[in-house]
Ligand binder design. Structure first.
Ligand code: S3P
Length: 174
């Protein structure tokens, strides 16, 4: 990628879309720094996401997430993996877009759910009917992801290495 294009690459998408693992591989491939907004929230608050949701509520988590995003957005040459709900606040996307391209890792709900169904790290899904709740939130957010994206990458049944190569190629075309 040419020097002038050394901007941030921002990955958005629903829970289970592989933003963090793809993001890490992509960052390594490009020699960029990898930043995960969930990890940044945990580091800056010194609390787990689960703890923040359960003890302080989703609203406090969203505030911490927006603060972290505003800070990260000042820096360059990063691959940024966003928590699935970061798209809910349009200001987050505006901040991130100033120095980067937003890539939506798009997948169907069933395979996404398959990847995370055993995990108890997603407080939004700590309910009885997890699959129903997953589908409900997915439907609610679907358009947000599409609208926020500069580039849409379809996950289909491709490997993470293939996804990484597609992102590199499409960033070069942009
Ligand atoms: C959330 C997704 C999670 C995390 C938090 C809320 C969401 O991140 O930020 O549990 O609202 O979709 P991942 O998308 O990395 O799972």
């Amino acid at each position: 990628m040419a020097e002038r294009e050394k901007t941030n690459i921002i990955l958005i998408g629903f829970m289970g879309s592989g933003k963090s693992s793809v993001g890490e591989k992509l960052a390594r491939r490009l020699g960029y720094q990898f930043v995960d907004t969930d990890l940044e929230v945990e580091t800056s608050t010194r609390k787990s996401i689960k703890h923040i949701f359960e003890q302080e509520g989703e609203e406090r988590f969203r505030q911490a997430e927006s603060k972290v995003i505003a800070e990260i957005s000042e820096r360059e040459s990063q691959v940024i993996s966003c928590g699935g709900g970061a798209v809910l606040n349009p200001a987050n996307m505006e901040e991130l877009r100033r120095k980067g391209k937003i890539i939506y890792l798009k997948g169907d709900p069933a395979p996404l759910f398959e990847r995370i169904k055993e995990s108890d790290e997603r407080p939004l899904l700590n309910v009885k009917s997890r699959w129903e709740e997953f589908q409900r939130i997915f439907a609610e957010r679907k358009e947000r992801y599409e609208e926020s994206a500069d580039v849409i990458v379809l996950l289909d049944s491709r490997t993470q290495a293939e996804i990484v190569e597609e992102i590199v190629r499409r960033m070069g075309e942009e």
